[in-house]
Design a protein around this ligand. Structure first.
Ligand code: NAP
Length: 253
C-alpha cells in the first residue's frame, strides 16, 4: 500500500464526495489532513470522525474563490502540523448547467472563480512553502471536460481546460525544483455532482446509468497513489482513472 506517514495534506472541497474520500484515504496511509470547504459543520464532523478513529485531522472553513481563505487554510496546516507536503486542489462546481445563450454571465464567472482561480490560489499559496524545502505534491482534480466539449457545460469545460493548463504551467515552473504537480481525471464518480448532472437532462452524461459511476473511494486511493513516486509519471499531465493500467496500479482491480 502507500506510505504517506508523517506527511501533511490539505484537501479542498473536503465536505463530501471525492474530497471527503481523499481525506479519509490520506489518513489511512498515515497523513495528517486539513479539510477545507465552505460547509463548516460537515468538515468538522468528518474531522471529528477521523480523530475519533485515531487519525489526525483539522477542519478549516474556506471558500477557494477567496485567496485569503486559501492562505488561511495553508497556514492552518503549518500552525497545526508544522508544514504542508500535499495539496489536493479538489473543490469544484458544475452548476449552473446551461447552454451559452441561456447562461447567466455572473454565474458563469463564479464557476471560473472556483474551478480556475481556486486551483491557482492553491498553487500560489503552497508554492513558497514547498519550494523552500524542495518537495511536495499538488494533485489538481481534472475531468475529461478539460479536453472535451459538452452542451451546457461551457463554464465547466473551459474551467477544467484552464486547470489542466495550470497543471502544465506548475510543472514547468516547479518540476525541476522537487515539486510534483499532477492532474487526475477520474471519469464519472458517484457524488452529488453526478446527481445534479442527471437532473439537468442536458447532454449525454446526464443520460448515463448511475451504475456506471465509480465510487469516490477509488478516486481517494488514486490521489494517494499519485502522492507517491508513482505520481512522477504524471508530472504536468492529467492521469486518467479510466485507464485500466492505472486502476491496476492503484490496486482497484
Ligand atoms: P461534489 O460532491 O459536488 O463536491 C464538491 C466539493 O467542492 C464539496 O465538498 C464542496 O464543498 C466543494 N466546493 C465547492 N465550491 C467550493 C468553494 N467555493 N470553496 C471550497 N469548496 C468548495 O462533487 P465531486 O464529484 O466530489 O467533485 C470534486 C471534484 O471532482 C470537482 O473538482 C469536480 O469537478 C471533479 N470531478 C468530478 C466528477 C464526477 O463525476 N463526480 C468527474 C470529474 C471531475 P462546500 O459546498 O461545502 O464548499
Amino acid at each position: 500500500m502507500f506510505d504517506l506517514s508523517g506527511q501533511v495534506a490539505l484537501v479542498t472541497g473536503a465536505s463530501r464526495g471525492i474530497g471527503e474520500a481523499a481525506a479519509r484515504s490520506l489518513v489511512k496511509y498515515g497523513a495528517k489532513v486539513v479539510l477545507a470547504a465552505r460547509s463548516g459543520k460537515d468538515i468538522e464532523r468528518i474531522a471529528a470522525e477521523i480523530n475519533a478513529a485515531g487519525g489526525s485531522a483539522k477542519a478549516v472553513t474556506c471558500d477557494v474563490s477567496d485567496y485569503d481563505d486559501v492562505v488561511k487554510a495553508v497556514e492552518t496546516c503549518i500552525e497545526t502540523y508544522g508544514g504542508i507536503d500535499i495539496l489536493v486542489n479538489n473543490a469544484g462546481v458544475i452548476e449552473p448547467i446551461a447552454r451559452i445563450e441561456e447562461s447567466d454571465p455572473e454565474a458563469w464567472g463564479k464557476v471560473i472563480d472556483i474551478n480556475v482561480k481556486g486551483v491557482y490560489y492553491g498553487l500560489r499559496a503552497v508554492a513558497p512553502h514547498m519550494l523552500s524545502k524542495g518537495s511536495g505534491t499538488v494533485v489538481n482534480i481534472s475531468s475529461g471536460a478539460a479536453t472535451g466539449a459538452l452542451e451546457g457545460w461551457s463554464q465547466y469545460c473551459a474551467s477544467k481546460a484552464a486547470a489542466l493548463s495550470l497543471t502544465r504551467c506548475g510543472d514547468k515552473e516547479f518540476g525541476d525544483k522537487g515539486l510534483r504537480i499532477v492532474g487526475l481525471s477520474p471519469g464519472t464518480v458517484a457524488t452529488q455532482m453526478q446527481v445534479d448532472i442527471k437532473a439537468s437532462g442536458i447532454n449525454p452524461v446526464s443520460q448515463l446509468d448511475p451504475a456506471v459511476h465509480i465510487p469516490a473511494e477509488w478516486v481517494g486511493e488514486a490521489i494517494c497513489w499519485l502522492c507517491t513516486d508513482a505520481g512522477d509519471a504524471y508530472r504536468g499531465v492529467d492521469c486518467s482513472l479510466r485507464d485500466e493500467d492505472v486502476r491496476k496500479s492503484v490496486g482497484l482491480v
